[in-house]
Structures are given as structure tokens and as C-alpha cells.
Design a protein around this ligand. Structure first.
Ligand code: B3K
Ligand code: ZN
Length: 876
């Protein structure tokens, strides 16, 4: 694929006024007739041709103003249709007829079949696999859709917008027509046809319009869609209350399908979901599943305004809809659950995924400036860092200023394809704040490092805070400008209360936000009566790394007293990190791992504090993962040593806190009927953490086996199985539990995915053979993306010791899988490959083996643009 550049953007020559599509569905031979009304944009040369995009298409008919086009007027290839000699002024009509084969579409882009259902996925460039079209996000038009299909097997014929009508068509066939009045780009088109069950409800908008809500699932799964429906109604209400955004059609539909390349898709009025993010009941879904369903239902719904009503001018602006919509779904979940606990989970995820991406070969700005394959830019940087950038705007402007800016953005750009500049300008114009330096967050890649030093002068009663920022070099960007970094902070006094600073010099401080704008900057606070403890970057107000040599005593003080629960968690993890790092190094050097008793007592004090919500305590006791430790160590990583060191720390905490863990494990045993609410989930999370520690102390599978036998919900059942499998892989209890689980959930592929994932993450050498055996298991299906991600993906992404075997066999397995998957599903293959993005920070023997496996991929004859792009960037 060639390189596409942001700098080369220019608007399309022809304006699309209307799109009219007729589908005659057939599994192997679907006829698509597209009638498109265009006019030439003023100023465009009279002889400029109309160029339409295609992808693996063949043209079976072309009409210009309803007359068959002479061969001399067009040139066609599978990926391009050029039409010449077009009318100069008046609108003209182009009719394109293509025949496509949904059944053989294994890429899952365009129109394909999943379990007998016709379904589409068009973002980013899938529509061009359906018909020749100006397939770019800044070409918007209203769509009229007619679907014709055999009645048998296809009672449902769905598309975007409002239902116009339907009826019998001819022998055995029927039709349905839909009209979407809201102009949209082709990537938001959707069609679904098949035989599915439905759950129905209604929602009345603030202005009194009644909206029909429908969620379609496989027959028999209807009861498992109730939670998704509830989450949808809460999302609709929340967007009205928080952002004043109402729904704008008389129907909103969601379809759950079992073959899908990602989580879900926000097609206008007809969202298509991976069934993993719709289906839930207590027997089969964990609390994490419920939380994901709630967040993704909300995310896709929120796209109706941020993405659909206002879309992106070009794909470089992807963060405009994705970063903003992630921010919106984060805020929604924070309002539905515990805000602090939600923030902790977000930051853990951000560091694990985005910080890892940002420090490796795939680092790129929130708004990239070039790409070869746009599907490779649906990244954690665009999504999660994009959300953090939006959150920083809210921090800079305050709640009211942020809302004013959003209102102005909606007012100015509704119905348009906008840019990041338009977005930022709305905030500037609404509040008068200059965001020109702040905008560097969109263009500079890399996680800024802020180095902190403090001094207290008792005689002068001054506290000085010196900050220095450095943005590391990233691919294509060697020199960086200083950024505008909003740092929430507090000065905490000896008694635990906050000291309100009377006066500050050295830079802008507004309320609890300190603005770091220079490369290095010193802030001086006067009239500070006692030496304060600085709590910095509270709430993770900026997505940065801090280098701050804060004493253990100060961190413990924050962990005990900060009124910001997030900051308390952060202080505990800052306390733990050097201990975990040292443990890893001790294990590597063959020394006995020693664990700082101050950390152990701070953790146990938090654990035992019943005034703190259980979900928070569960987060506090969940130590940094092995991947987190590897990232902190920075380079020359030995995953086996990290694993051994971390386990030694867990064991020390488990032994010292044994009685508290045991008390909590008993007290938190489920009472009454299961409810998937945040409070219940918090209790289960803490009980699960207790079980993990108890297993480290007891070194026996007995308690986990008992937990497995007694569990009445999937959260505890799956966790008990995880403890058994990960801690006691060879025990009879474990083998029995694995077998019982598989038998019990034999007919539920989504639950079997948990069974695959738990086994794929058993640490150590034996993992590889286990994964290979599971790939041959009749319950595995290499054609289904969820199965592949659950087994192969989880092994590569989440089993550091098993995957990073010193002999390189883990990397070779992944390389072989990528080469096998790539020809049928390039997006899935490219995504799996990113599991190796941190290969350069491994110790030399493993790094060499990883490089060889990557070399095997580059050496392959036929690579998709998706995989070629990733592997080449990883080796650069
Ligand atoms: N917008 C889609 C993602 C499309 C991915 C295309 N490769 C889902 C979402 O972010 O809501
Ligand atoms: Zn999205």
C-alpha cells in the first residue's frame, strides 16, 4: 500500500446528493444496484473525471443518466472506476451494478455472512467492497435502501434510518425499504438480514419522541440481552442530561453477531455488535463482562452525536470521534459506578496498553500524519490517549467551560465532517482560552516524562516545586516542543488535611490545577506553615510518567490521607513498584527476594480498612502486572525473573496478611440474589483477590477447588478456575475443574472462550504445548475471531512467561498463526501481531528470537497491506 498523507487532503470533486441502494441478497451472488446523484463542486475543471473506490469488485453494469455507458466513457479495475465526459453543471445520475459473494467474504469487511445472517462492516473502507463509491468520510448523503431476499431464512431485513415499508416481492421473496434522512458517509452504512430473536423496549426522549428500541440476538438468547437493553436506556438518558443530546430517529436497533473483527460498530440507527458485548447473565458473564457491555453499548450509542451527526473529514481525524467518544463513555461509567475505581481501572489500562505502544516501534501521534493502512490506526493511542487529551481539555476549562465548548462544537458542525482544529477552536471560542500549545498533544507522540523536585524552607515558609518535562523521541519525530501539561495537585499537611496555598509564583496555578508549559519551571508557594507532602497528578490529570523521588513515608502519607482516592491508589502503586522491580532483579541474579516491610504493612492496612469500598481495596491489592513491571524496568527484560520476583512479593503479602485475607474471604461470601451492580462487583472483586493471596500462602488447591464447587456466578467461578489453573496446573482438582467447566458450558462458545483464555495464560514453559493442543480441540474454531483472540491472542498478549520462551517457540507459533490467518482476515492477523510491539525491550537472547520470527513474517511471499505495515514498522 502507498503512503497517505494528511497534508495532501483535498475535498472531493463531486458532491453526492443522494444514495439509493437496492440489494438482491443471495449467499453466493448478491446483486447491488447503486443509484448516485452527483453534481460537480463549483470551481472543479469541467473535464475532471469522477473516480469511485472499489476493492475486489467486478462491474456488471454502468449507466449514466439511466442510459448504458459507452465503453469509451469509463475505465474500471477491481479497485477503481473512473467515469469521464460528465455533464458540466446539472446534477447527473450514475447507476453502478455489482455482483458480490458474501459467503466467501472471510475478511469480515463489506457484506458477509455470519451463522447464516447477512451482515456488514464498512468502517473504515469496507463499503468499497460492496459497490464502487466515493468511499471517504467527507462525502455525506441521505441513503434510501431496498433489501430483497428469500423469505425463508430472512424474516428480518434491516438497514439504517426509519422503516419505510415492505411486502411481498416475487415468488418466495420479500422486500423492505429504509430511509435515513441524516446525511452520512458510507462507513456508517449497515445492512443485516436473517432470522434472529428480538428484545424490544421504548425510550421517550426529553422532547417527547418515542423511540422503538430493538436488540436482535440468536433465537434463545433473548433473556441474555436484558442487561444490554438496560444499559442502552441509561446511555440515552445520560447523553440528554450530561450533554443535551437527544436521539434523532424513531427506531434504534442493535444486532449481535458472532463473527466480528472488533467490539462493535456505530452504524447510524443500526449498531452491529460482537455478541460478546451484548450477551450476559449471572451464570455466564463476569462482572468485567457486564462493565464492558455497559461501556460499549454506551460508546456506540454516544457515537450518534460524536461520530455520526458530526463525522470526520478524513481518517487522520479519527480521534475526533474515537477519543471524544471514549471520554464520553468513561464519564458515563464513572457516573454509573464508583468514579475513583473506574479511574483506577482506566489508568491501569492506559498504562498497560497505550504507554506500551507509545514507547515502542508503533508509537504515533493521537492524530497521525501518514498511514499506509488505516485499519492499523484504530489504536489505543487514538482511542485511550485521545480520550485523555479530551479529559485534559475538560480539566483546563472546568466543567462549565467544557460543556460550553461541546455545545458550540455541536452547534457549529452538526451535519458536517469536521477536523481536530474545528473541535479545539470550539473550546477556544466558547471560553477565550488559548489552546495553541495544548494542541501539541495531538501531534507529538511519546509519553512525556516530568521530573519533579521539591524543597521546603521552614524559615521563609516557602515550598518550591521544580518541574522539568521531556518528550521522548518516537518514530519520525526526534525533537519535541514543550507541552502544556495540566497537573492536578494538593499539598497535604501533617494531620492529613489539605493546605490551601495562599500565593504562588512561577507559572499559572488555577484552583487545584498547576499548568506546566515550559521545559523547566519552578513554582513557589508562600505562607506554607509546615512541610507539605505533595500529591501530584491527582486523578491522573495528564497521561505522563513522573520521575519523583518521593520518600516511602510521604507516599504512605498520601496513601493514608489523600481525599482523592485515585491518588491514594497511585501512591500505593508508586510504593510497590520499586519493590517489584528489585524483586525481579533479585530473582534474575539468583538472590533471595527481600520485600520491604513498609510496603507490606501499607497494603495490609488498606486491605483491612473496612471504611474503604471493597472495589478500591481490590484495586489496591492487585499489584502491577508482569507486563507493567517489564515496562517500568525499561529494557533487558527477563519475563521469568519478573514472574518469580512478583510472586515472591505476593507471597510475602499473603503470609503477613493471612488472617485479614481469610476474614474477608469469609465475610464477602455471596448473600442473596446476584446483581451485576458496582457494589456487588466490588465485593466479588475483593473476595477474588483474597482467594488469590490465600492460594499463594497456602500453596494448596483445596480452597480454590472449594470456591469453584460453590460459586453461583461466573465472576467467582472463572476466578476460582484461574487460581487453580495458574497456581496448580497439574493438580487433580484443576484437571477436574477444567473438565467440569467445559462440559457445563459446552454449548456456549463465549464461555468456552474463558476456558481457552484461562489455559492460554498458565505461566511457564508448558503453555506452548497446551495452546497447540487446544488449537486442535473440537471446541476451537480458527475461523472465528473471538476464538482466535481468546486462545492465540491471549497467549501472546497476556502470558509473558509462556509466550516469551527463551527458545523462541512462542514467537514462532504466533508468526505461523499470522501467516495462516492473514490471507483470510488481514485485520485480525495485524492486530495479533501487535502483541510483539515491545520485543526490543527483551533481554538479548529472546529479542534475537523475536526478531527472527518477525523476519519469517517479512520473508513471506504474499502479505496483506495490514500485516506488512505493522511488521515493517516493528523492524525499523
Ligand atoms: N468505530 C468502530 C471501529 C471500527 C474499526 C475499523 N477497523 C467501533 C468504535 O470505535 O466504536
Ligand atoms: Zn468508537
Amino acid at each position: 500500500g502507498q503512503v497517505i498523507r494528511l497534508a495532501d487532503y483535498s475535498p472531493a470533486d463531486f458532491v453526492l446528493e443522494r444514495t439509493d441502494l437496492t440489494f438482491e441478497l443471495d449467499p453466493r451472488s448478491t446483486k447491488v444496484e447503486a443509484r448516485l446523484i452527483f453534481h460537480r463542486r463549483p470551481g472543479v475543471a469541467a473535464d475532471a473525471p469522477l473516480v469511485l473506490d472499489g476493492d475486489e469488485l467486478s462491474l456488471s453494469g454502468l449507466l449514466i443518466d439511466q442510459a448504458e455507458a459507452e465503453a469509451s466513457r469509463y475505465t474500471v479495475t477491481p479497485d477503481r472506476l473512473e467515469i469521464r465526459d460528465l455533464p458540466e453543471e446539472s446534477p447527473f445520475e450514475i447507476t453502478v451494478v455489482t455482483i458480490i459473494d458474501p459467503e466467501s467474504n472471510t475478511q469480515l469487511m463489506g457484506l458477509y455472512r455470519t451463522n447464516g445472517v447477512y451482515c456488514t462492516q464498512c468502517e473504515a473502507e469496507g463499503f468499497r467492497r460492496i459497490t464502487y463509491f466515493p468511499d471517504r468520510p467527507d462525502v455525506l448523503s441521505p441513503f434510501t435502501i431496498t433489501i430483497i431476499a428469500e423469505k425463508a431464512g430472512n424474516p428480518l431485513l434491516l438497514s439504517n434510518g426509519n422503516f419505510l415499508g415492505g411486502g411481498n416481492y416475487d415468488e418466495g421473496r420479500h422486500f423492505a425499504a429504509w430511509f435515513d434522512p441524516h446525511p452520512k458517509p458510507s462507513y456508517l452504512f449497515a445492512l443485516v438480514a436473517g432470522d434472529l430473536g428480538v428484545v424490544e423496549d421504548t425510550f421517550t426522549t426529553a422532547s417527547g419522541n418515542e423511540v422503538a428500541l430493538k436488540i436482535y440476538v440468536e433465537h434463545g438468547n433473548e433473556p441474555r440481552a436484558a442487561y444490554a437493553m438496560d444499559a442502552l436506556k441509561r446511555s440515552m438518558k445520560w447523553d440528554e442530561e450530561r450533554f443535551g443530546r437527544e436521539y434523532d430517529l424513531n427506531i434504534f436497533q442493535i444486532v449481535a453477531v458472532s463473527d466480528f473483527n472488533m467490539g462493535a460498530m456505530e452504524n447510524k440507527g443500526l449498531n452491529v455488535f460482537n455478541d460478546k458485548y451484548v450477551l450476559a447473565d449471572p451464570e455466564t458473564a463476569t462482572d468485567a463482562d457486564y462493565a464492558n457491555i455497559e461501556a460499549i453499548i454506551a460508546h456506540e450509542y454516544f457515537h450518534n452525536w460524536t461520530g455520526n451527526r458530526i463525522t470526520c473529514r478524513d481518517w487522520f481525524q479519527l480521534c475526533l470521534k474515537e477519543g471524544l467518544t471514549v471520554y464520553r463513555d468513561h464519564e458515563f461509567s464513572a457516573d454509573q459506578r464508583s468514579r475513583a475505581v473506574k479511574r483506577i481501572a482506566e489508568v491501569r489500562h492506559l498504562k498497560a496498553e497505550q504507554f506500551a505502544e507509545d514507547s515502542g516501534p508503533l508509537a504515533h501521534p493521537v492524530r497521525p500524519e501518514t498511514y499506509r493502512e488505516i485499519n492499523n490506526f484504530y489504536t489505543t493511542t487514538v482511542y485511550e490517549k485521545g480520550s485523555e487529551v479530551t479529559r485534559m481539555i475538560a480539566t483546563l476549562l472546568g466543567d462549565d467551560g467544557f460543556r460550553k465548548g461541546m455545545d458550540l462544537y455541536f452547534e457549529r458542525h452538526d451535519g458536517e465532517a469536521a477536523t481536530v482544529e474545528d473541535f479545539v477552536k470550539s473550546f477556544e471560542d466558547a471560553t477565550g482560552r488559548d489552546l495553541s500549545q495544548f494542541k501539541l498533544w495531538y501531534s507529538q507522540a511519546g509519553t512525556p516524562l516530568v521530573t519533579v523536585s521539591t524543597a521546603y524552607d521552614a524559615a521563609a515558609r516557602t515550598f518550591t516545586l521544580s518541574l522539568e518535562q521531556m518528550v521522548p523521541a518516537t518514530p519520525g519525530q526526534s525533537a519535541k516542543q514543550p507541552m502544556h501539561i495540566p497537573l492536578k495537585f494538593a499539598l497535604i499537611g501533617e494531620n492529613g488535611g489539605e493546605i490551601a496555598p495562599t500565593a504562588v509564583s512561577g507559572g499559572e496555578v488555577s484552583g487545584d490545577v498547576l499548568h506546566l508549559t515550559e521545559r523547566s519551571q519552578t513554582f513557589t508557594f508562600t505562607e506554607v506553615p509546615d512541610r507539605p507532602v505533595l500529591s501530584l497528578n491527582r486523578g491522573f490529570s495528564a497521561p505522563i510518567n513522573l520521575s519523583f523521588d518521593q520518600s516511602g513515608a510521604d507516599l504512605a502519607h498520601i496513601a493514608r490521607h489523600d481525599s482523592d482516592l485515585f491518588a491514594r491508589w497511585q501512591a500505593l502503586s508508586d510504593l510497590a513498584l520499586p519493590v517489584l522491580n528489585k524483586a525481579a532483579n533479585d530473582a534474575r541474579d539468583g538472590k533471595v527476594v527481600s520485600v520491604d516491610p513498609a510496603l507490606v504493612s501499607a497494603l495490609i492496612e488498606t486491605l483491612a480498612n473496612d471504611k474503604l469500598e471493597p472495589a478500591f481495596r481490590a484495586q489496591a491489592l492487585s499489584l502491577a502486572s508482569e507486563a507493567d513491571i517489564a515496562r517500568e524496568l525499561g529494557g533487558n527484560n527477563n519475563p521469568d525473573a519478573i514472574h518469580a520476583g512478583r510472586n515472591a512479593v505476593l507471597k510475602a503479602v499473603a503470609e503477613k496478611g493471612f488472617s485479614t485475607f481469610e476474614r474477608l474471604y469469609k465475610e464477602l461470601a455471596p448473600k442473596g440474589v446476584f446483581a451485576p451492580d458496582a457494589a456487588g462487583a466490588g465485593r466479588r472483586a475483593l473476595r477474588n483477590v483474597a482467594l488469590t493471596y490465600l492460594a499463594h500462602a497456602e500453596e494448596s488447591p483445596a480452597r480454590a477447588a472449594e470456591a469453584f464447587a460453590e460459586a453461583d456466578n461466573m465472576t467467582e467461578l472463572a476466578h476460582a478456575l484461574t487460581v487453580l489453573a495458574h497456581r496448580f496446573p497439574e493438580a487433580d482438582e484443576t484437571l477436574a475443574a477444567l473438565a467440569a467447566f467445559a462440559t457445563r458450558f459446552d454449548t456456549n462458545p463465549l464461555v468456552l472462550d474463558k476456558w481457552f483464555s484461562i489455559q492460554a495464560t498458565i505461566p511457564g514453559e508448558a503453555a506452548l504445548a497446551r495452546v497447540e493442543a487446544l488449537m486442535k480441540d473440537p471446541r476451537f474454531n480458527a475461523q472465528n475471531p473471538n476464538r482466535v483472540r481468546a486462545l492465540v491472542g491471549t497467549f501472546a498478549f497476556a502470558n509473558p512467561t509462556g509466550f516469551n520462551r527463551v527458545d523462541g517457540a512462542g514467537y514462532r507459533l504466533l508468526a505461523d498463526q499470522i501467516l495462516a490467518i492473514d490471507p483470510r482476515n488481514p485485520q485480525l492477523a495485524a492486530r495479533l501481531l501487535t502483541a510483539m510491539r515491545s520485543w526490543r525491550s527483551l533481554e538479548p537472547v529472546r529479542a534475537e528470537a523475536a526478531k527472527a520470527a518477525l523476519g519469517k513474517i517479512t520473508g513471506a511471499k504474499q502479505l496483506s497491506a495490514d500485516v506488512a505495515d505493522i511488521v515493517e514498522r516493528m523492524l525499523k
